[in-house]
Design a protein around this ligand. Structure first.
Ligand SMILES: C[S@@+](CC[C@H](N)C(=O)[O-])C[C@H]1O[C@@H](n2cnc3c(N)ncnc32)[C@H](O)[C@@H]1O
Length: 345
């Protein structure tokens, strides 16, 4: 059987990536310069240029990117956000969107810098506060996904609403997931495991500013050092940021730290195999973050192999995928006031 296979057009592929990169730079500039903020009501490019003290031709071309993306429409020379873009333009979703775009730019620029210095290696070891906060704020998406996922997990909502409810935030970064959950559940207290001192310092400042310092603690530990039963109602583990060894050693410890019937959520990057470039992009991102990409089958197998029950995957949202699993009901953890950790070398 004769199969006609077309040679890949490398130049065409590269030039599409190049165009997307410049369009993405334009989109990020529209957020950073405040252009996006101004597009809630119709405005001309000239008015925008004057309000924001920018060169008019630059404003026209930046808005051109938004028009090409379907985010802005034009009528009689005035531009306004389309209804589809409105959700991403204002409020909490806009903050998450802007953080994600900023984070992509900062991290890809840093990857280039490290590659040019011959120093690119897997592992999340950033110290730049802009990178830590931007990546952290993308976790605001967690609230959106959690609104769907958490209520679907048997008994979890009631548990999080009870006085004394506790949450384990593994690889907590600057503590966005803990803050979001503590704002939704007023009885909840969180322990944040975070080995990166720069992230812990920023996290402590942020929870203090949010009035949550009494309820959210940052602990200078890795998940492999988690060494006690605690009776947490919920734990969240961001798989792509943990090395495979840390994830493998940490998951059984997380299970022991949960109360019987407590829930674990694992956040992973989705790898859309039907779209090779997106899949490759997810894989390189997960590799640089330290954990590498894992398939749903591998992850679910690992959770079940560690004694978790009811392991299942949720639908991907915004490039991420959540996996949930439950600590067995029969094995009750001994109560402990605080977590104990193995000594750190
Ligand atoms: C970038 S954060 C994820 C964003 C975070 N949700 C926020 O609100 O900022 C992931 C964190 O995992 C931490 N990490 C890496 N290896 C770890 C390990 N073995 N145990 C615990 N945390 C780890 C990294 O230091 C990193 O800060």
């Amino acid at each position: 059987m004769n199969q006609v296979s077309r040679a890949p057009d490398i130049l065409d592929n590269i030039s599409r990536l190049s165009s997307a990169t410049w369009a993405y730079a334009g989109l990020s500039a529209c957020f950073e310069l405040g252009i996006v903020d101004e597009l809630g009501t119709p405005v001309t490019a000239g008015e925008l240029a004057e309000r924001l003290d920018l060169e008019r031709g630059l404003v026209e071309d930046l808005i051109g990117v938004l028009v090409a993306l379907g985010a802005v429409s034009e009528e009689a020379g005035a531009f306004v956000a389309t209804p589809e873009f409105e959700t991403f333009r204002s409020g909490s979703v806009a903050r998450v969107t802007q953080a994600g775009i900023r984070s992509d730019h900062l991290q890809t620029a840093e990857a280039l810098r490290r590659a040019r210095a011959g120093a690119l290696a897997p592992g999340w070891d950033h110290l730049d506060p802009d990178v830590l906060v931007a990546q952290g704020e993308t976790a605001g998406l967690f609230r959106l996904s959690a609104e769907h996922v958490l209520p679907s997990l048997d008994g979890l909502r009631d548990a999080l609403e009870r006085p004394g409810a506790t949450f384990l935030d593994v690889g907590a970064g600057v503590g966005v997931i803990s803050s979001e959950l503590c704002m939704v559940y007023p009885e909840l207290a969180a322990d944040c495991l975070e080995p990166n001192p720069a992230a812990r310092r920023l996290g402590r400042e942020r929870v203090r500013a949010a009035g949550l310092a009494e309820r959210i603690s940052f602990l200078p530990q890795t998940v492999e050092e988690l060494d006690a039963v605690h009776g947490y109602d919920l734990a969240v583990v961001p798989q792509p940021f943990l090395s495979p060894d840390a994830f493998g050693a940490g998951i059984p410890r997380v299970r022991r730290s949960l109360r019987a019937g407590g829930w674990l959520l694992v956040l992973a990057l989705d790898v859309p195999e039907s779209d090779p470039v997106s899949a490759a992009s997810s894989r390189i991102r997960a590799r640089l973050w330290g954990g590498g990409a894992v398939t749903a089958r591998e992850l679910l197998g690992q959770l079940s192999g560690c004694g978790f029950e009811e392991a299942h995957a949720h639908h991907p949202v915004g490039g991420y995928r959540m996996f949930a699993a439950r600590a067995p009901a029969g094995v009750e953890a001994a109560p402990a006031d605080r977590i104990r950790f193995t000594a750190r070398a």
